[in-house]
Design a protein around this ligand. Structure first.
Ligand SMILES: Cc1ncc(COP(=O)(O)O)c(C=O)c1O
Length: 367
């Protein structure tokens, strides 16, 4: 298909949108995939979306067969890490209809992340047309049933061939998709509260989904894994006094029947699941407090028998009960039965899979 243009007038400029070029695979690899044995993020679908940025503009977006990229060894991202990404999901309901969950949030967040890393913002139309066309093309990869979904990974990185330590002039924006099922099969995890390493600092890039944020967590997390913890809960970089978030989750504490979570700021990712859970909880009449929360407060609540639940929220895990946490060598177990975590997860999943009425107007149909 040759590209044609769609003209759109904004307040000040005319944009010429190019129509996405689509090249389909000859034969799907889906038959070689065992959907009962998926490891998160290791199996990818047949196609990918790709759009290059050169000479100050995004060129014609394309959907192509999933394939390796050809990159110059001097590609700027390999040296200076200018890369940001997103994580979102598509769900299939019992009538085989496909739904995205709050994709506008991911669109806005990838551009906030991009802006902070001096990466040009990606046009809304390309983002939504790209995701919808790609997901439609890959619909056979989305299996029905709770826990099954298509994980969608939009990302953008600096591709200019240069080792000059400055922002790149060229970028590649891509979307790839992976069929996934439940993230932690065990269903609940044990975490370590950070006392030495930090994830983010004031004025830094903690709020962005910058690739480097994750790279910096791998070493401390692998040390924690060796000690039997699945995740680290990061604390403030100054004194390790305040609880912030985990590797890929925001964290909630239920104390005295209130739900408490750290407020988002320039160190904490503004999670889509976090804000959805807050809204669902409030709509159920649950008191939600978004405020700084000290490690000492959690320990004291535990000692007083008031720490009822801890859970993490994130696109990959949805809502994940945290069974115990460890701080300064002491392990603390929550005493609740995770009833709130389970109830909130049920409502969120109900909306995502189009089983419950979407009173919040969050879901977007792919047709
Ligand atoms: C650092 C971090 N915090 C929190 C989250 C949860 O965000 P969301 O609910 O948008 O997936 C994620 C996952 O994307 C993350 O990487």
């Amino acid at each position: 298909m040759t590209s044609c243009f769609i003209l759109k007038k904004t307040n000040f400029t005319y944009y010429f949108y190019k129509v996405i070029k689509i090249q389909k695979i000859k034969k799907s690899k889906i038959e070689s995939v065992n959907f009962d044995d998926l490891v998160f993020g290791k199996t990818f679908t047949d196609h990918m979306f790709i759009c290059h940025y050169k000479n100050n503009e995004w060129l014609t977006p394309e959907i192509r067969p999933y394939q390796p990229l050809k990159l110059d060894p001097s590609a700027s991202v390999l040296h200076y890490g200018q890369a940001v990404f997103e994580g979102m999901k598509a769900f299939k309901d019992s009538q085989e209809k496909i739904w995205l969950f709050r994709p506008d949030q991911n669109f806005e967040r990838i551009n906030r992340s991009a802006h902070r890393l001096q990466i040009p913002e990606f046009p809304r139309k390309y983002f939504f047309d790209g995701i919808k066309k790609l997901v439609k093309l890959e619909q056979a990869w989305i299996k029905k049933g709770e826990g099954n979904s298509l994980y969608i990974r939009p990302f953008v990185f600096a591709s200019q061939p240069t080792v000059q330590a400055s922002a790149s002039d060229e970028y590649i924006f891509m979307i790839i998709c992976a069929p996934v099922s439940t993230y932690y099969s065990g269903g609940e995890i044990n975490v370590l509260i950070a006392e030495e390493y930090s994830r983010a600092a004031n004025g830094g890039v903690g709020f962005a989904k910058a690739a480097g944020n994750y790279a910096a967590q791998f070493y401390p997390t692998s040390e924690a894994l060796k000690k039997g913890f699945q995740q680290i809960i990061w604390t403030d970089a100054n004194n390790h006094e305040y609880l912030e978030e985990a590797g890929t989750m925001n964290i909630f504490f239920k104390i005295n029947d209130s739900l408490i979570t750290a407020p988002t700021n320039d160190r904490i990712l503004d999670g889509v699941t976090r804000k959805s859970i807050i809204e669902i909880a409030k709509s159920n009449g649950i008191k939600v407090e978004e405020r700084p929360i000290k490690v000492s407060e959690i320990i004291q609540a535990h000692e007083n028998g008031n720490l009822q639940e801890i859970f993490g929220t994130g696109t990959a895990v949805v809502v994940l009960p945290i069974k115990s946490f460890s701080y300064r060598g002491v392990s603390y177990k929550t005493n609740g039965i995770d009833e709130l975590a389970i109830a909130l997860k049920k409502q969120l999943i109900g909306i995502q899979y189009n089983q419950l009425e979407d009173l919040f107007n969050w879901t977007v149909k792919v047709d």
